[in-house]
Design a binder for this molecule. Structure first.
Ligand code: AMP
Length: 306
């Protein structure tokens, strides 16, 4: 089935086509019709499966149709995401697919001044994408009102639990109407996740996307066992031997990220770090530099994430 055949507004179809999406991915094929019918969804799906558009497309359609019929102010849909970066990415998908609809969206996260966020919220938005900490603060202060909420989405719920957001999520539930549509997404399913999921959803449609090949076909895997003392040298060499490639390195701690940065700089390799000790501006600059760096540079930026 092509997107053309879906019972969604033409404006959304136009934006989908502009994104270059022709056919729905597996998760989209399974989730979109149920979400359009107003059902709760419990989906186990990893990043890369197209899960964001799987909820953004039907939510936009539902809200767009309702907005044509009745003009009521207030947040209608709340999407909770574990990190600033993910929240911003989800917001980008909403913005790109909502271009020809009447639906507005806004993203709030910590690490930046609250005041501009409060001003924008006072103007009114239909969809709010938020990290739980900042959301909790703004709800507690009365700047975010969720009493008219119709759709709640939890994205990467397992990651939110890992980051210790469980209490914020539970506290927020007291401000959210119990009669609502809930869409729960997690990459993994454990007893803890199940408990949280079933405390939030009602008679959900369960969807599990387990790709036969969990890694994209164009990614090669290899494991190298290297002595602790030789790791930095090995990495530096690998980067020098592949000057036309970007490198993304994950390390265990913030301190190690900064140490590795210095070590690579000593080998005349340009690198950037991103981690929780950096303020939001610096984090965004790191992401932007990693995205836009010219491939003709001999020294390449590297992001170390923790
Ligand atoms: P996600 O799993 O939401 O992080 O999406 C992974 C990537 O798949 C994103 O870059 C999307 O733009 C892309 N994508 C989502 N839906 C489709 C589709 N139906 N066809 C092609 N690409 C898609």
């Amino acid at each position: 089935m092509k997107f053309e055949e879906y019972p969604i507004s033409d404006g959304i179809k136009k934006s989908i086509s502009k994104q270059g999406f022709k056919k729905p991915t597996d998760i989209q094929y399974k989730a979109i019709p149920n979400i359009l019918r107003g059902e709760d969804v419990l989906a186990i799906a990893q990043t890369g499966t197209g899960k964001t558009a799987a909820f953004v497309i039907p939510i936009l359609h539902l809200l767009h149709v309702k907005k044509i019929i009745r003009k009521s102010a207030g947040i209608k849909c709340l999407v909770m995401a574990p990190t600033h970066e993910l929240a911003l990415q989800i917001h980008e998908v909403f913005v790109s697919l909502a271009k020809h609809t009447k639906v507005s969206s806004f993203c709030i996260h910590g690490g930046v001044d609250q005041d501009p966020q409060k001003e924008k919220l006072a103007d009114g938005v239909d969809v709010l994408i938020a990290t739980p900490g900042r959301l909790f603060d703004l709800v507690s202060q009365g700047d975010v009102k969720l009493s008219g909420l119709e759709i709640l989405v939890l994205d990467e719920a397992d990651h939110m639990l890992d980051l210790g957001f469980i209490k914020d999520i539970q506290d927020l539930m007291r401000h959210i109407p119990s009669r609502r549509q809930t869409l729960f997404f997690s990459a993994t399913i454990t007893e803890k996740i199940k408990k949280l999921a079933y405390s939030l959803v009602t008679n959900p449609i369960r969807i599990q996307i387990s790709p036969k090949d969990p890694v994209a076909k164009n990614i090669e895997h290899a494991v190298a066992f290297i002595e602790m003392d030789d790791k930095r040298f090995f990495l530096g060499n690998m980067m020098q031997e592949n000057p036309d490639r970007k490198t993304l390195v994950f390390v265990r701690t913030k301190v190690r990220a900064e140490r590795l940065l210095k070590a690579l700089e000593r080998q005349e390799l340009t690198a950037i770090t991103i981690h929780g000790d950096k303020d939001q501006k610096a984090r965004e600059e790191s992401m932007q530099a990693f995205r836009t760096v010219s491939y003709t540079h001999l020294t390449l930026p590297t992001i170390y994430s923790v």
